[in-house]
Write a protein that binds this ligand. Sequence first.
Ligand SMILES: *Cc1c(COP(=O)(O)O)cnc(C)c1O
Length: 229
Amino acid sequence: MTKANVAPVTGRSPDALAAVEAEIARACRDAQRDRASVTLIAVSKTFAADAIIPVIAAGQRVFGENRVQEAKAKWPALTSAYPDVALHLIGPLQSNKAKEAVALFDAIHSVDRPSICQALAKEIESQNRHPQLFVQINTGEEPQKAGIAPGEADAFIASCRDTYGLTISGLMCIPPVDEPPAAHFALTAKIAARNGLTNLSMGMSADFATAIMLGATHVRVGSAIFGHR
Ligand SMILES: *Cc1c(COP(=O)(O)O)cnc(C)c1O
């Protein structure tokens, strides 16, 4: 037996995308979930158009970026060439970038403080664009990490709705790098359930199958598709 024809699990290629797709399909079968209940976000941060185009050509239609400026520099040309591509902001957002973020992104995964809520509400109204919004939960309560502390999540989600009139569609988390992620995914799912939120943005290259077992509806996968950054 030779392994020559086996698709690599990492690397910048349509084969890597196919390997991730196969792993998502397997995780959905294991969890007795419909494949259509999980959206794969291909995280293309740091990669240029020449690396992204083959992944679009292979059929991927949802991409993630973590910086507004980087996305603004590389995506308008790509989305005009491929109008059915959706773009998700997965990184921290500053209030002074809210205007550009609402104009550019179809989803924002990093809603995590009142000033952002206020800036988003203003831009959503004036641009009449309605990106899907996720509140980021800092499940590990890490001081250097963005997100709302779990104990403050219910009140924050309520204030997004009641004070700012925002429609929150789900929650996002990034577990601490040095801990098993499952407890963080489960906590995020629990906070979402008690707040009536159905979407869960959780799971990256190393742990998206675990996240799917625990209810992820959006997995954010970068290096397993594009290779190392
Ligand atoms: C970079 C990034 C990812 C993707 O990470 P990989 O380990 O490369 O899959 C997912 N989520 C966020 C918020 C990121 O910044």
